[in-house]
Design a protein around this ligand. Structure first.
Ligand SMILES: [Zn+2]
Length: 106
């Protein structure tokens, strides 16, 4: 059965599968329109090259990695953020650091 990747169209902080998840379905099935886990609207990824690029961070996250991308001096975007984690990590604000305790537990 082919596996498709779906992406949440809006933030869903409470959803374990946000921002993207893989879903097995037969090709003739209609694509999902909402996340089966949280009900937020989702879209199916289309082109394979886009899938590769956009899913890479989700793959990292699912393998337990945390990836921070520097956006400014002392400010990093947490592109593998999990529910409850801040989008931007500010080295002056400890509360924005990734929650490793939760990552390890998951
Ligand atoms: Zn969801």
């Amino acid at each position: 059965m082919p596996t498709y990747t779906y992406r949440h169209l809006s933030e869903s902080p409470g959803c374990d599968r946000a921002p993207c998840f893989e879903w097995e379905q037969v090709a003739r099935d209609l694509p999902l329109t909402v996340c089966p886990f949280c009900g937020v609207p989702v879209e199916r990824e289309l082109s394979p090259s886009m899938i590769k690029k956009r899913n890479f961070d989700c793959e990292l996250r699912d393998k337990g990695f945390t990836k921070l991308v520097r956006v400014d001096d002392g400010i990093f975007e947490n592109v593998t953020r999990r529910p409850g984690e801040a989008k931007y990590v500010d080295r002056r604000k400890p509360e924005t650091l990734p929650i490793l305790e939760k990552t390890i537990k998951d």
